[in-house]
Design a protein around this ligand. Structure first.
Ligand code: SF4
Ligand code: SF4
Length: 446
């Protein structure tokens, strides 16, 4: 089977800004802004009040909902406020604001799990993932405990694929995690494999991370339960659908999930977080973030406490050499533009990318010249130029027929389009419009 998928692009990766830099620990700031919304699923409810004392790892928000991940304090100190604050999604959302006492006192409940991994039951691993508040850390934010438990429940899991492809330009977080935290990645992957009742797990990465491949292979040695799959370097190889296609030769049908074709896919650092929950008893209150961009004076890969403002992390990298044009959470292809650098780092912040004004400027678009480049590029074999035409006509029926729901919003078509059409932005908007139209139609039938 080929080590890549059809279509895709080779953007200017700019990974060398950070790919060989050791993960540095960012000291926590004086005030942390911890949003209640950091995962897919039900919103969290605060279980602390203003004035309460909290410790590192104290659970501060919870819910009884099935699809949910609890939230923990990332420092010790005092709850200063619970109020709306900036959030990377663009809207202000409720945050628990904590004044750091600088003592870093761990919560008394934090202790290593008192059972070896080889004796853990599936239920215990699922409960551990839930209590630790672990989510998909590649950006999806799906609660890990629910991914595992729902896969067990439906009985469809055939393959566990650990995503370390990190195909987004500029980002090196997963790369450095695989190099420096190899044990956490492999042993966490084995824990999920155990919970799912599988006998093999495949860790997937790209050929542009040879030191990560070496570290993984050296750690795994002769063991036959963990495979390392090295893809050709191509964007968007890190997309779940492309990973499944290359490793399993299966396509996830429209409207279906990876588990519907037997796949469970999760990120390398989610595995690491699960292992840390077992080994040290620590919940997910910090994560590795790539702070990068050509105008960042010293780009770094940082271990940051959840709730740290972007600006604080940028300052730790000696600031910027010029006025920024755009700040993005994540990478340049699928990341989210930010309206302020006061937004806090959350569980899904893989990177903070700062572009210069020159880099951020959007060239004016012209009409489609029917060159067909977007057709050859789309990894999900959609017809972006036709999707563009029907978007301009506001024709939801044709967009539905053309399968706009299958657009993974990777940005590859926009990247190659010589007419500079904002294709991905339009498709994102029209996917949302189509979803709304379907909901309205369903409501009208009731
Ligand atoms: S953004 Fe959507 S239409 Fe464009 S290349 Fe990616 S998947 Fe295809
Ligand atoms: S790449 Fe752009 S110009 Fe070329 S066919 Fe697609 S939409 Fe049209």
């Amino acid at each position: 089977m080929a080590d890549t998928f059809k279509g895709g692009i080779h953007p200017d990766y700019q990974k060398s800004l950070t790919s060989s830099k050791i993960i540095e620990t960012l000291p926590p700031p004086e005030t942390l802004y911890i949003p209640l919304s950091q995962h897919r699923g039900a919103p969290a409810e605060p279980i602390v009040a203003v004035g309460d004392t909290v410790f590192v790892g104290t659970k501060i928000a919870d819910s009884t909902a099935a699809v949910f991940a609890p939230i923990h304090s990332s420092v010790s100190g005092t709850v200063k406020a619970i109020e709306p604050y900036y959030h990377p999604s663009g809207a202000k959302t409720t945050c628990i604001i904590i004044e750091n006492d600088g003592k870093d006192t761990p919560d008394p409940s934090i202790k290593p799990y008192d059972k070896p991994i080889s004796q853990l039951t599936s239920d215990e691993i699922v409960a551990m993932a839930r209590e630790a508040g672990i989510v998909g850390m590649g950006g999806a934010g799906f609660p890990l405990h629910f991914k595992i438990s729902s896969s067990i429940k439906c009985g469809k899991a055939e393959a566990l694929l650990i995503n370390g492809a990190e195909c987004e330009p500029y980002l090196s977080s997963d790369h450095r995690i695989m190099v420096e935290r190899t044990e956490q990645v492999v042993e966490g992957a084995r824990m999920i494999m155990r919970a799912l009742g599988l006998s093999k797990v495949t860790i997937c990465t790209e050929s542009n991370k040879p030191d990560a491949v070496k570290a993984l292979k050296e750690y795994i040695g002769d063991a036959s339960d963990v495979d390392v799959k090295v893809f050709d370097t191509k964007y968007p190889q890190g997309s779940e659908k492309q990973i499944i296609q290359v490793v399993m030769g299966r396509e996830v049908p429209t409207g279906k999930l990876p588990i519907d074709v037997g796949a469970v896919v999760t990120n390398v650092d989610s595995c690491g977080a699960l292992y840390r929950a077992w080994k040290y008893g620590t919940p997910l209150y910090e994560r590795v973030v790539t702070v990068t961009g050509k105008i960042v004076v010293e780009p770094k890969v940082l271990l940051c406490r959840i709730g740290t403002p972007f600006q604080y992390a940028i300052d730790f990298c000696s600031g910027l050499s010029e006025e920024p044009g755009k700040v993005i959470m994540g990478g340049p292809m699928m990341g989210q533009a930010q309206y302020t650098t006061e937004v806090p780092i959350i569980k899904t912040t893989s990177g903070i990318l700062v572009l210069s004004k020159e880099e951020a400027v959007l060239p004016p678009s012209t009409n489609c010249i029917r060159c067909g480049k977007c057709l050859r590029t789309c990894p999900t074999r959609l017809l972006p130029c036709y999707l563009n035409m029907y978007s301009d006509m506001d024709n939801l029926e044709e967009l539905d027929k053309l399968g706009i729901d299958n657009c993974i919003e990777c940005g590859a078509c926009t990247y190659v389009c010589p007419a500079r059409l904002p294709l991905t932005q339009k498709f994102r908007l029209y996917k949302a419009k189509l979803g709304e139209a379907r909901r309205n139609a369903a409501a009208a039938k009731k």
